[in-house]
Design a binder for this molecule. Structure first.
Ligand code: LFR
Length: 484
């Protein structure tokens, strides 16, 4: 009988349950349920509605049962760094605060006055981002933190409400910037800076660990199928990298969603001085790998623009309008902090261009082209830096995730970076989530076999460099130097 696999994949703007089957050596994916996600100001902070996410997973599972499926294996992945504080009785103490909330402003400089940046990077190999769990916990309400029996990262918490079993999965836990690269455990010095002990976290487990069956009471109350929950690579980016159809050793990946995560997979971490200077991160991957990458502002900027136009334009309409505008008309540092959570992205972009004496984009097409051009310029710049740090020539860029559907951006990236781009699958995160569950079940041998299955199952599109933007690249380099 065919086994059924479900990926619960929740990003910052939407979540979905995807059903996968293996047939004739190919994976097929069907979307069973989709729902919105987002944070809202509640009790003074931007918060996620975690109960809503739990309820949507249940609603999706009820649909699975209605489709006549009685037994599934399920994995959960979400964005990283955010956590739920849970009391002794297993109840959440508050809705989790979003990493985009401004509470962590200046927390890096405060904490690193006590323990240096170099030391933290040497220990963890993780990039400095104000939103890392380390700084969120540093700013946490101390009374609430004291009351908490456990600190659970978001996907671990969702697994916990389904099964009653609590773990801390390492691909996601590494993004806290609190794991020690060498010891493979929470770093005791960093914990003590926060006044915490390691037992505030559930035991660490690797991606690909069986968690448990869904609680019987949930099954009977909501008429759900039998569900075996597997702890997969619970960080969405870790799952996306597993689901990247890469071959050979000279590939880079770009996981393109709310964030653009650009990097490569390493077997040995790289936390030397160059990586530190460039603020590259060594997030732990499935099967002993590392995601050596950089966070780039990503589709978030376009999502915000689309929202401001109140749904008048779809993403493909925006891309169509942008394609009528000449690229690279202004240089913007897309990773400027002001774009992290501005009241208006359109105004933030326009103010940036105005301040830097650049042409101010006005129409939706101009705004989106300004974003796409500067994402692609950033990618090109980072790809050459990545090659330099690792001392190797990267020859292929695999773009995966929802953003891999934007042909205009794929071509611009191939042109500006002078690299072959292979786009797809757009559902790499759900695919990677399921691949780890399949390996755990012995349906697939290992990571190379899993990636071969991705290549055999999904249509990929290749973009070769076509246009010469040498002048734009030189202009961008000057601009970046001036910013330094
Ligand atoms: C992508 C992602 C990134 C992480 C950011 C915040 O969805 O997980 O990898 O840096 O969200 O959690």
């Amino acid at each position: 009988m065919n086994k059924h696999y479900i990926a619960v994949d929740i990003g910052a703007s939407s979540g979905r349950l995807m059903l996968a089957n293996l047939e004739n050596g190919k994976m097929t994916l069907t979307e069973i349920h989709r729902f919105k996600n987002g944070f809202k100001q509640v009790a003074g902070h931007d918060r996620w509605d975690i109960d809503h996410l739990g309820a949507e997973i249940i609603a999706g599972l009820a649909k699975v049962k209605q489709a006549g499926i009685d037994e599934v294996t399920l994995g959960i992945d979400t964005w990283a760094v955010d956590y739920v504080l849970v009391d002794e009785a297993g109840r959440k103490l508050a809705d989790p605060i979003s990493y985009r909330d401004c509470r962590t402003k200046d927390a890096i400089s405060e904490l690193t006055a006590k323990i240096s940046k170099e030391e933290i990077y040497r220990k963890t190999g993780i990039q400095f981002q104000e939103f890392n769990t380390l700084y969120q916990l540093y700013r946490e309400d101390q009374a609430l933190l004291k009351q908490a029996a456990k600190i659970m990262l978001v996907p671990d918490y969702l697994g916990y409400i389904l099964t009653g079993k609590a773990v801390t999965e390492v691909t996601n836990a590494s993004t806290t910037q609190m794991l020690n690269l060498r010891a493979g455990l929470f770093d005791s010095q960093l914990l003590s800076e926060l006044g915490l002990q390691a037992d505030k976290f559930a035991p660490l487990v690797d991606a690909g660990t069986y968690l448990g069956p869904i609680k019987a009471e949930l099954r009977s109350k909501y008429d759900l199928p039998q569900v075996r929950v597997v702890t997969v690579a619970s960080h969405d980016t870790a799952s996306a990298v597993v689901g990247t159809p890469a071959v050979g050793d000279n590939w880079a990946f770009l996981s393109s969603g709310t964030w653009s995560l650009l990097g490569t997979e390493l077997k040995v971490s790289e936390n030397g001085p160059q990586a530190y200077q460039a603020n590259y991160t060594n997030e732990w991957g499935a099967y002993g790998t590392y995601r050596f990458l950089k966070n780039i502002m990503g589709m978030w900027m376009v999502q915000c623009i689309a929202k401001e136009y109140q749904g008048r334009y779809s993403f493909s309409q925006l891309a169509q309008l942008a394609s009528q505008v000449e690229p690279c008309q202004q240089f913007i540092d897309v990773n400027d902090d002001r774009f992290l959570n501005p009241p208006s992205m359109i105004e933030a972009l326009q103010a940036y261009c105005h301040e830097h004496g650049q042409k101010v984009p006005q129409s939706p097409g101009e705004l989106v082209m300004a974003v796409y051009s500067n994402l692609a310029l950033y990618y090109a710049d980072q790809l050459s830096q990545l090659g330099q740090i690792l001392g190797k020539q990267l020859t292929t860029l695999n773009i995966v995730g929802g953003g891999s559907n934007v042909a205009l951006l794929n071509q611009l990236t191939a042109d500006l970076a002078g690299i072959k781009v292979i786009a797809g699958p757009s559902e790499a995160t759900a695919v990677g989530n399921i691949l780890v569950a399949m390996i755990t079940d012995g349906e697939l041998a290992d990571l190379p076999a899993a990636r071969k299955l991705v290549r055999d199952s999904f249509a990929l599109k290749t973009y070769q460099p076509k246009h010469d933007y040498a002048q734009a690249l030189v202009g961008y380099q000057h601009f970046k130097e001036e910013l330094r």
